[in-house]
Ligand binder design. Structure first.
Ligand SMILES: [Zn+2]
Length: 160
């Protein structure tokens, strides 16, 4: 088996996340809340040649069909990602990721006086229309896009 066949080897049922910018595969798994310990077989292929991107990563998750709501969060990390849903070795659905308008319950608000930190309220961040800032719906604190992504990765990275 040549390298090419190894890279494109297929899964029977599940989700393939393609066109992830090189080096971002682990962050993608992190925002999806998928760790190796939950029983799904996950294959990560990094630094593959790509016609669209210079190099790309690919993540294959066997036995799990991720919904649009679940995968849109990936747009924060990998806006170029494409989602392929595989059933019986065939791609039955192909879609792009798009930034969600709101992100609920994913992370704590960084503002320590925010009501969500004191009354057990689920956080809610609005992605502002330019897509470059996120705002807490409760206290109004605004974060730049990169601060927001950094906060997500930091909090999700320490959650397990
Ligand atoms: Zn807040």
């Amino acid at each position: 088996m040549g390298m090419r066949e190894l890279i494109v080897s297929k899964i029977k049922d599940g989700t393939v996340i393609d066109h992830i910018p090189s080096g971002k595969a682990l962050d993608v798994l992190k925002v999806l809340g998928i760790s190796g310990g939950k029983g799904h077989r996950v294959a990560i292929v990094m630094n593959v040649e790509s016609s669209k991107l210079n190099k790309k990563d690919i993540v294959k998750i066997e036995g799990r069909f991720l919904s649009k709501d679940e995968t849109d969060i990936i747009a924060l990390i990998a806006p170029t990602a494409t989602i392929n849903i595989i059933r019986n070795f065939e791609v039955v659905e192909k879609r792009k990721v798009s930034l969600p308008r709101v992100i609920s319950g994913l992370i704590r608000c960084p503002n320590i006086t925010c009501i969500t930190r004191h009354e057990g309220i689920e956080t809610n961040f609005e992605i502002l229309s330019a897509g470059l800032r996120a705002r807490c719906s409760y206290c109004g604190i605004e974060l730049s896009y990169s601060e927001f992504v950094e906060l997500i990765l930091k909090q999700l990275g320490t959650r397990t």
